[in-house]
Design a protein around this ligand. Structure first.
Ligand code: NAP
Length: 522
């Protein structure tokens, strides 16, 4: 099966050599994709003209209703998607749910946000600044939809959520999308988009989709377009430094890789509720989506006095993690997405091992049936201990994109805070503590280094949403190494797609302009 692209209102296949999509359990080819020879300039023009006009002509509330219809189509086909997620991404049921339901849930959330903005097309910020001696001339800031295309380049680990979370915000903002999934796991994105297009719930040109490398896409982008990129730091660098992107002033948002951390507070004792919660979260980091989550916990900072008990508790719980073919519902950890990712993850564990000791795992899991050991991309859940993290380099810089984390003992909370910054800027940090001073210190010093901080105290308990889970209400993205981008965060996610303009005029003119907008802070 050759996956096609949806461009200019038609499904089309490339005419070059296709790249294979495989089942990571066996290595067997299940589909192929290629975008060579497709006219991307014409595709972007069609999206800008037909899709842009269609969205700008409807109100925020109508755009919200459109997203709700898309979510309904996807929900009606959910079972099929779960099977594809297993076959092309090696997902367990839980893994597939995070990706598929995460995508549908984010669409529904933005559908409600659109509804809340009502029957208007633009936004205005609260407050007017008087600019003249007399109150006859003042400034207000208005946000309008940009007449371009939201080009969305996604990573392989979230073929559903990654695509829909970007489309959701762009659609409410009134901007058509051109989504490009990572080729290796594009089958789920393709099937979902095919269902939505077939259901005829979206006007022509609003959703556009490219399957394959998308070569030439960046050359075709213009000044009103944006690029939202998710993937490795290396590709992110080549996207943001692309000559046409720089020359045309294309807006770029980069969500890159990240060496996220978790801090077990100095007040947490072995066997306490917070200790158990931190252990549980660590075991999730070693199992959910086989660790292929950008926000995953890679470094765990634990008071030195309890680090042995902590590692033992994780090891005890991780014993129950069965690794294998996710077709068996008893399996908790599936394969990585392909053999190349397996090789890269094993190499990464090798780098970490130069500075840290493998406590368990560290290679291909024991006891796999020969057939899947041979062709599959499995990596055993792996915990390392780095005794001298202040002296480490690889442990703070190497992202092993698999089920792997490193425990790093610390002497006092200031030391843990320093270590967390060694990641160079991260997506997410979690902190398990009931000590208000520790909370304040961590947020003050680590806030600038992180896009999101989750603090779990005993009153939160098990009610938290998870270290790795991105909630559409919260901003997603991180400074520095994490790419410096920001997505989601409710209405904040619309910023990438709208232009803020200061309008200087009379109070009467402002009253007229503002009467046709929704007042809100982005
Ligand atoms: P990747 O190799 O950088 O690829 C990401 C996307 O970029 C793919 O769609 C890829 O297409 C495309 N691409 C590759 N070269 C390109 C170029 N020169 N110009 C334009 N697009 C290009 O990353 P990946 O291996 O898919 O994803 C894994 C990484 O993503 C991990 O490091 C993870 O931490 C990071 N990630 C970050 C986030 C976040 O939100 N911060 C979320 C998920 C993953 P092809 O597949 O067709 O090559």
């Amino acid at each position: 099966m050759r996956l096609e692209s949806y461009l200019g209102g038609e499904w089309k296949a490339g005419n070059g050599e296709a790249r294979p999509l495989v089942n990571p359990v066996t290595g067997a080819k299940i589909a192929e994709a290629d975008s060579s020879g497709l006219d991307l300039q014409a595709a972007l023009d069609h999206a800008r003209v037909a899709g842009g006009a269609a969205l700008r002509n409807i109100t925020f509330a109508e755009r919200g209703a459109l997203l709700k219809s898309v979510a309904d189509v996807l929900a009606a086909n959910r079972d099929k998607y779960e099977q594809i997620a297993r076959e092309n991404s090696g997902n367990t049921k839980v893994d597939a749910a995070i990706d598929i339901d995460g995508g549908i849930g984010t669409l529904k959330y933005y559908a409600r946000l659109g509804g809340g903005l009502g029957e208007t097309h633009s936004l205005v910020e609260a407050g007017e600044d008087q600019l003249a001696r007399e109150p006859v001339f003042g400034a207000r800031h208005y946000w309008n939809s940009r007449p371009g295309v939201a080009v969305q380049i996604n990573a392989f680990n979230f073929p559903s959520w990654g695509m829909w979370e970007k489309i959701a915000a762009a659609t409410v903002a009134g901007v058509p999308s051109l989504a490009k999934p990572a080729t290796s796991t594009a089958m789920l994105s393709f099937e979902m988009m095919r269902d939505v297009i077939a259901a005829n719930v979206v006007p022509d040109g609003v959703f556009n989709f490219i399957c394959g490398s998308g070569e030439g896409l960046l050359d075709a982008a213009g000044p009103m377009d944006s690029i939202a990129f998710t993937g490795s730091a290396a590709t992110g660098f080549s996207v943001r430094s692309h000559a046409n992107v720089l020359r045309s002033g294309v807006r770029v948002n980069v969500e890159a890789d990240s060496i996220n951390g978790m801090i077990v507070g100095p007040d947490v004792g072995p066997g306490s509720p917070l200790f158990d919660l931190a252990v549980r979260e660590t075991v999730k980091a070693l199992s959910v989506k086989a660790g292929q989550v950008c926000t995953n916990i890679r470094r765990i900072f634990v008071p030195r006095s309890i680090s042995t008990q902590f590692c033992d508790a994780v090891a005890e719980s991780a014993k129950k993690l069965s690794v294998g073919d996710p077709a068996d519902e008893a399996i908790r950890v599936g394969p990585l997405v392909n053999r190349r990712q397996q090789e890269t993850a094993l190499e990464g564990i090798g780098k970490l091992s130069a500075e840290a000791r493998v406590l368990f795992g560290g290679g291909i899991p024991e006891g796999l049936p020969a057939a899947i050991r041979q062709g599959g991309a499995f990596v055993a859940p792996t915990l390392l201990l780095c005794d001298s993290p202040q002296e480490g380099k690889a442990v703070h810089e190497t992202e092993v994109f698999g089920p792997c984390s490193t425990v790093m003992p610390y002497e006092e909370i200031g030391g843990a805070i320093d270590l967390a910054t060694f990641g160079g800027g991260s997506l997410a940090l979690s902190l398990f503590t009931g000590d208000g001073q520790v909370e304040s210190k961590a947020v003050r010093h680590l806030g600038p280094w992180h896009g999101r901080i989750m603090i779990v105290d005993e009153t939160v308990g098990r009610n938290h949403t998870g270290h790795a889970i991105v909630m559409p209400q919260c901003v997603h993205g991180g400074p520095g190494r994490a790419g410096g981008g920001e997505e989601l965060g409710g209405l904040r996610g619309l910023r990438l797609h709208m232009q803020r303009t200061a309008v200087q005029t009379s109070p009467q003119a402002h009253a007229t302009l503002a009467s046709r907008t929704s007042e809100t802070a982005l």
